[in-house]
Design a protein around this ligand. Sequence first.
Ligand code: C2E
Ligand code: MG
Ligand code: MG
Ligand code: MG
Length: 288
Amino acid sequence: RAKDTGRNRYQFYTEELTQRAQERLMTESRLRQAIRDKAFVLHYQPIYTKGEDGGAPSIFSCECLIRWQQDDGSLIYPDLFIPCAEETGLIIPIGEWVLDHACAQLAEWDARLPDNTLSMAVNISARHFCDANFVMTVHEVLKRHAIAPARLIIEITENAVMDRMDIAIPTLETLVRTGVRIALDDFGTGHSSLAKLKTLPIHALKIDREFVKDIPDSTDDMQLAASIIRMAQGLHLQTVAEGVETQEQYDFLAQAGCDKFQGYLLSRPVTAEKIYTLLAASAELATA
Ligand code: C2E
Ligand code: MG
Ligand code: MG
Ligand code: MG
Protein backbone atom coordinates (compact mmCIF):
# COMPACT_ATOMS: atom_id res chain seq x y z
CA ARG A 1 0.00 0.00 0.00
CA ALA A 2 2.70 2.38 0.98
CA LYS A 3 4.41 1.67 -2.32
CA ASP A 4 1.20 2.37 -4.27
CA THR A 5 0.69 5.66 -2.59
CA GLY A 6 4.30 6.54 -3.26
CA ARG A 7 3.98 5.79 -6.95
CA ASN A 8 0.72 7.70 -7.28
CA ARG A 9 2.21 10.63 -5.57
CA TYR A 10 5.22 10.48 -7.86
CA GLN A 11 3.03 10.40 -10.95
CA PHE A 12 0.95 13.25 -9.67
CA TYR A 13 4.10 15.21 -8.97
CA THR A 14 5.53 14.78 -12.47
CA GLU A 15 2.21 15.64 -14.09
CA GLU A 16 2.06 18.78 -12.03
CA LEU A 17 5.63 19.64 -12.96
CA THR A 18 4.95 19.17 -16.64
CA GLN A 19 1.92 21.35 -16.41
CA ARG A 20 3.91 24.01 -14.62
CA ALA A 21 6.71 23.81 -17.18
CA GLN A 22 4.15 24.19 -19.96
CA GLU A 23 2.53 27.12 -18.27
CA ARG A 24 5.89 28.76 -17.88
CA LEU A 25 6.82 28.12 -21.47
CA MET A 26 3.58 29.71 -22.50
CA THR A 27 4.21 32.75 -20.36
CA GLU A 28 7.76 32.95 -21.67
CA SER A 29 6.74 32.95 -25.32
CA ARG A 30 3.86 35.31 -24.60
CA LEU A 31 6.25 37.58 -22.69
CA ARG A 32 8.63 37.61 -25.67
CA GLN A 33 5.75 38.62 -27.89
CA ALA A 34 4.68 41.28 -25.38
CA ILE A 35 8.20 42.77 -25.46
CA ARG A 36 8.05 42.91 -29.27
CA ASP A 37 4.57 44.45 -29.18
CA LYS A 38 5.45 46.81 -26.29
CA ALA A 39 2.33 45.50 -24.61
CA PHE A 40 3.21 46.96 -21.22
CA VAL A 41 1.94 50.03 -19.47
CA LEU A 42 3.24 51.91 -16.44
CA HIS A 43 1.09 53.13 -13.61
CA TYR A 44 2.51 55.66 -11.20
CA GLN A 45 2.01 55.85 -7.46
CA PRO A 46 2.85 59.17 -5.83
CA ILE A 47 5.13 59.26 -2.78
CA TYR A 48 4.39 62.13 -0.42
CA THR A 49 6.38 64.16 2.05
CA LYS A 50 4.79 65.31 5.27
CA GLY A 51 3.06 68.67 4.83
CA GLU A 52 4.92 71.58 6.35
CA ASP A 53 3.43 73.09 9.54
CA GLY A 54 0.56 70.66 9.54
CA GLY A 55 -0.34 71.35 5.89
CA ALA A 56 -1.41 68.67 3.42
CA PRO A 57 1.24 66.15 2.29
CA SER A 58 2.85 67.05 -1.03
CA ILE A 59 4.12 64.83 -3.86
CA PHE A 60 7.87 64.27 -3.85
CA SER A 61 8.24 61.45 -6.36
CA CYS A 62 6.33 58.65 -7.93
CA GLU A 63 7.07 54.96 -8.31
CA CYS A 64 6.38 53.43 -11.69
CA LEU A 65 4.72 50.01 -11.58
CA ILE A 66 4.49 47.80 -14.63
CA ARG A 67 1.30 46.14 -15.91
CA TRP A 68 0.97 43.77 -18.85
CA GLN A 69 -1.85 44.73 -21.18
CA GLN A 70 -3.87 41.86 -22.62
CA ASP A 71 -5.69 41.87 -25.95
CA ASP A 72 -9.02 42.23 -24.16
CA GLY A 73 -7.74 45.36 -22.40
CA SER A 74 -7.34 43.69 -19.00
CA LEU A 75 -4.10 44.10 -17.06
CA ILE A 76 -1.87 41.45 -15.55
CA TYR A 77 -0.04 42.58 -12.40
CA PRO A 78 3.71 42.20 -11.98
CA ASP A 79 3.66 39.54 -9.27
CA LEU A 80 2.29 37.15 -11.93
CA PHE A 81 4.93 37.68 -14.61
CA ILE A 82 8.03 39.31 -13.11
CA PRO A 83 9.19 35.99 -11.57
CA CYS A 84 9.04 34.32 -15.01
CA ALA A 85 10.78 37.32 -16.58
CA GLU A 86 13.53 37.04 -13.97
CA GLU A 87 14.02 33.30 -14.49
CA THR A 88 14.21 33.62 -18.26
CA GLY A 89 16.34 36.76 -18.41
CA LEU A 90 13.53 38.64 -20.16
CA ILE A 91 13.60 41.03 -17.21
CA ILE A 92 16.50 42.80 -18.92
CA PRO A 93 14.62 43.98 -22.05
CA ILE A 94 11.56 44.60 -19.86
CA GLY A 95 13.60 46.63 -17.36
CA GLU A 96 15.16 48.62 -20.20
CA TRP A 97 11.71 49.40 -21.55
CA VAL A 98 10.57 50.50 -18.08
CA LEU A 99 13.58 52.79 -17.56
CA ASP A 100 13.18 54.35 -20.98
CA HIS A 101 9.44 54.76 -20.73
CA ALA A 102 9.58 56.21 -17.20
CA CYS A 103 12.20 58.79 -18.17
CA ALA A 104 10.32 59.68 -21.36
CA GLN A 105 7.23 60.22 -19.22
CA LEU A 106 9.12 62.45 -16.80
CA ALA A 107 10.43 64.52 -19.73
CA GLU A 108 6.91 64.85 -21.08
CA TRP A 109 5.60 66.12 -17.72
CA ASP A 110 8.55 68.56 -17.60
CA ALA A 111 7.61 69.92 -21.02
CA ARG A 112 4.06 70.58 -19.84
CA LEU A 113 4.99 71.83 -16.35
CA PRO A 114 8.03 74.14 -16.46
CA ASP A 115 8.83 73.98 -12.72
CA ASN A 116 8.42 70.24 -12.40
CA THR A 117 10.92 68.74 -9.93
CA LEU A 118 9.31 65.34 -9.50
CA SER A 119 11.62 62.35 -9.08
CA MET A 120 10.89 58.95 -10.58
CA ALA A 121 11.39 55.68 -8.74
CA VAL A 122 11.97 52.59 -10.89
CA ASN A 123 12.04 48.99 -9.61
CA ILE A 124 15.01 47.04 -10.87
CA SER A 125 15.36 43.28 -10.46
CA ALA A 126 18.55 41.79 -9.08
CA ARG A 127 19.35 40.05 -12.33
CA HIS A 128 19.18 43.32 -14.26
CA PHE A 129 21.00 45.34 -11.62
CA CYS A 130 23.88 42.84 -11.62
CA ASP A 131 24.10 42.79 -15.43
CA ALA A 132 27.36 44.19 -16.78
CA ASN A 133 25.54 46.70 -19.03
CA PHE A 134 23.16 48.05 -16.43
CA VAL A 135 25.02 51.23 -15.46
CA MET A 136 25.57 52.14 -19.09
CA THR A 137 21.88 51.63 -19.85
CA VAL A 138 20.95 54.00 -17.03
CA HIS A 139 23.29 56.69 -18.27
CA GLU A 140 22.10 56.36 -21.85
CA VAL A 141 18.45 56.60 -20.84
CA LEU A 142 19.05 59.68 -18.66
CA LYS A 143 20.95 61.35 -21.47
CA ARG A 144 18.38 60.44 -24.13
CA HIS A 145 15.62 62.17 -22.18
CA ALA A 146 17.76 64.93 -20.62
CA ILE A 147 16.84 63.90 -17.08
CA ALA A 148 19.14 64.99 -14.22
CA PRO A 149 20.47 61.82 -12.55
CA ALA A 150 19.33 63.01 -9.11
CA ARG A 151 15.72 62.71 -10.27
CA LEU A 152 16.05 58.98 -10.84
CA ILE A 153 15.58 56.71 -7.85
CA ILE A 154 16.49 53.10 -8.35
CA GLU A 155 14.56 50.73 -6.10
CA ILE A 156 16.34 47.51 -5.43
CA THR A 157 15.35 44.92 -2.87
CA GLU A 158 17.37 44.34 0.23
CA ASN A 159 18.19 40.74 -0.74
CA ALA A 160 19.25 41.66 -4.28
CA VAL A 161 22.02 43.74 -2.75
CA MET A 162 22.91 41.48 0.16
CA ASP A 163 23.12 38.32 -1.95
CA ARG A 164 25.56 39.82 -4.43
CA MET A 165 27.56 42.37 -2.48
CA ASP A 166 30.59 41.79 -4.76
CA ILE A 167 28.69 43.10 -7.80
CA ALA A 168 26.13 45.29 -6.09
CA ILE A 169 28.54 47.55 -4.19
CA PRO A 170 30.60 48.72 -7.21
CA THR A 171 27.38 49.18 -9.22
CA LEU A 172 25.82 51.22 -6.43
CA GLU A 173 28.99 53.28 -6.06
CA THR A 174 29.13 54.13 -9.76
CA LEU A 175 25.45 55.06 -9.89
CA VAL A 176 25.66 57.18 -6.76
CA ARG A 177 28.81 58.95 -7.96
CA THR A 178 26.89 60.11 -11.03
CA GLY A 179 24.04 61.38 -8.87
CA VAL A 180 21.43 58.62 -9.16
CA ARG A 181 19.57 57.93 -5.92
CA ILE A 182 19.04 54.50 -4.43
CA ALA A 183 16.23 53.14 -2.25
CA LEU A 184 16.34 49.74 -0.60
CA ASP A 185 12.91 48.22 -1.29
CA ASP A 186 10.86 45.90 0.93
CA PHE A 187 13.20 46.69 3.79
CA GLY A 188 12.90 44.48 6.84
CA THR A 189 11.81 41.33 5.01
CA GLY A 190 15.30 40.35 3.86
CA HIS A 191 18.48 39.43 5.61
CA SER A 192 20.64 42.54 5.86
CA SER A 193 23.07 42.71 8.66
CA LEU A 194 23.52 46.11 10.19
CA ALA A 195 27.24 45.84 9.52
CA LYS A 196 26.60 45.48 5.78
CA LEU A 197 23.80 48.01 5.70
CA LYS A 198 26.03 50.69 7.16
CA THR A 199 28.53 50.30 4.31
CA LEU A 200 25.97 50.63 1.49
CA PRO A 201 25.94 53.80 -0.61
CA ILE A 202 22.17 54.27 -0.55
CA HIS A 203 19.75 57.09 0.24
CA ALA A 204 16.54 55.59 1.53
CA LEU A 205 14.92 52.56 3.12
CA LYS A 206 11.41 51.61 2.08
CA ILE A 207 9.71 50.05 5.08
CA ASP A 208 7.85 47.00 3.82
CA ARG A 209 4.06 46.97 4.05
CA GLU A 210 4.42 43.94 6.29
CA PHE A 211 5.36 46.28 9.18
CA VAL A 212 2.71 48.85 8.35
CA LYS A 213 -0.42 46.84 7.66
CA ASP A 214 -1.18 45.85 11.28
CA ILE A 215 -0.60 49.26 12.80
CA PRO A 216 -2.20 50.11 15.25
CA ASP A 217 -3.39 46.61 16.22
CA SER A 218 0.07 45.15 16.53
CA THR A 219 2.21 46.91 19.10
CA ASP A 220 5.11 44.69 17.99
CA ASP A 221 4.89 46.06 14.45
CA MET A 222 4.65 49.59 15.79
CA GLN A 223 7.86 49.01 17.75
CA LEU A 224 9.55 47.47 14.71
CA ALA A 225 8.52 50.26 12.35
CA ALA A 226 9.68 52.87 14.85
CA SER A 227 13.00 51.03 15.30
CA ILE A 228 13.60 50.91 11.54
CA ILE A 229 12.96 54.67 11.34
CA ARG A 230 15.34 55.37 14.25
CA MET A 231 18.00 53.12 12.76
CA ALA A 232 17.66 54.83 9.37
CA GLN A 233 18.01 58.22 11.05
CA GLY A 234 21.18 56.98 12.72
CA LEU A 235 22.54 56.00 9.31
CA HIS A 236 21.40 59.30 7.73
CA LEU A 237 18.96 57.50 5.44
CA GLN A 238 15.52 58.66 4.46
CA THR A 239 12.56 56.41 5.25
CA VAL A 240 9.58 55.75 3.02
CA ALA A 241 6.62 53.84 4.46
CA GLU A 242 4.95 51.50 1.97
CA GLY A 243 1.32 50.47 2.00
CA VAL A 244 -0.06 53.24 4.21
CA GLU A 245 -3.80 52.64 4.11
CA THR A 246 -5.20 54.43 7.13
CA GLN A 247 -4.87 57.81 8.80
CA GLU A 248 -3.84 56.07 12.03
CA GLN A 249 -0.92 54.41 10.26
CA TYR A 250 0.09 57.71 8.71
CA ASP A 251 -0.12 59.58 12.01
CA PHE A 252 1.84 56.94 13.90
CA LEU A 253 4.62 56.75 11.28
CA ALA A 254 4.80 60.54 10.91
CA GLN A 255 5.09 60.93 14.65
CA ALA A 256 7.82 58.25 14.68
CA GLY A 257 9.82 60.41 12.25
CA CYS A 258 9.14 58.73 8.91
CA ASP A 259 10.00 61.07 6.01
CA LYS A 260 7.83 59.85 3.16
CA PHE A 261 4.59 58.00 2.66
CA GLN A 262 3.09 55.83 -0.04
CA GLY A 263 -0.15 53.91 0.00
CA TYR A 264 -3.82 53.75 -0.82
CA LEU A 265 -4.62 56.35 1.87
CA LEU A 266 -2.80 58.96 -0.21
CA SER A 267 -3.20 57.55 -3.72
CA ARG A 268 -3.42 54.25 -5.54
CA PRO A 269 -1.14 53.74 -8.54
CA VAL A 270 -2.73 55.80 -11.36
CA THR A 271 -2.24 56.54 -15.05
CA ALA A 272 0.29 59.07 -16.34
CA GLU A 273 -2.51 61.48 -17.22
CA LYS A 274 -3.83 61.38 -13.67
CA ILE A 275 -0.34 62.17 -12.30
CA TYR A 276 -0.18 65.12 -14.66
CA THR A 277 -3.48 66.37 -13.25
CA LEU A 278 -2.19 66.00 -9.67
CA LEU A 279 1.05 67.83 -10.54
CA ALA A 280 -0.76 70.60 -12.39
CA ALA A 281 -3.11 71.08 -9.44
CA SER A 282 -0.27 71.39 -6.94
CA ALA A 283 1.64 73.76 -9.26
CA GLU A 284 -1.46 75.94 -9.40
CA LEU A 285 -1.77 75.83 -5.62
CA ALA A 286 1.85 76.93 -5.30
CA THR A 287 1.38 79.97 -7.54
CA ALA A 288 -2.06 80.89 -6.19
P1 C2E B 1 6.94 47.05 -4.68
O1 C2E B 1 8.03 47.71 -5.43
O2 C2E B 1 7.15 46.83 -3.23
O3 C2E B 1 5.66 47.97 -4.96
C1 C2E B 1 4.61 48.16 -4.06
C2 C2E B 1 3.40 47.34 -4.38
O4 C2E B 1 2.41 47.57 -3.38
C3 C2E B 1 2.71 47.69 -5.71
O5 C2E B 1 2.07 46.51 -6.21
C4 C2E B 1 1.65 48.69 -5.25
O6 C2E B 1 0.55 48.81 -6.15
C5 C2E B 1 1.22 48.07 -3.95
N1 C2E B 1 0.65 49.04 -3.01
C6 C2E B 1 0.91 50.36 -2.92
N2 C2E B 1 0.23 50.93 -1.92
C7 C2E B 1 -0.47 49.95 -1.33
C8 C2E B 1 -1.40 49.91 -0.22
O7 C2E B 1 -1.69 50.90 0.43
N3 C2E B 1 -1.93 48.69 0.08
C9 C2E B 1 -1.62 47.55 -0.63
N4 C2E B 1 -2.21 46.42 -0.27
N5 C2E B 1 -0.76 47.55 -1.68
C10 C2E B 1 -0.20 48.74 -2.02
P2 C2E B 1 2.23 46.06 -7.74
O8 C2E B 1 2.11 47.24 -8.65
O9 C2E B 1 1.32 44.90 -7.95
O10 C2E B 1 3.75 45.59 -7.81
C11 C2E B 1 4.19 44.47 -7.09
C12 C2E B 1 5.68 44.31 -7.15
O11 C2E B 1 6.10 44.03 -8.50
C13 C2E B 1 6.46 45.55 -6.76
O12 C2E B 1 6.55 45.64 -5.36
C14 C2E B 1 7.79 45.29 -7.43
O13 C2E B 1 8.58 44.43 -6.64
C15 C2E B 1 7.38 44.54 -8.68
N6 C2E B 1 7.39 45.48 -9.83
C16 C2E B 1 6.46 46.39 -10.20
N7 C2E B 1 6.83 47.05 -11.32
C17 C2E B 1 8.05 46.57 -11.66
C18 C2E B 1 8.98 46.86 -12.72
O14 C2E B 1 8.79 47.75 -13.56
N8 C2E B 1 10.15 46.12 -12.73
C19 C2E B 1 10.41 45.17 -11.79
N9 C2E B 1 11.58 44.50 -11.88
N10 C2E B 1 9.58 44.88 -10.78
C20 C2E B 1 8.41 45.57 -10.71
MG1 MG C 1 9.23 49.29 -5.25
MG1 MG D 1 8.33 47.95 -2.07
MG1 MG E 1 6.77 45.62 -1.07
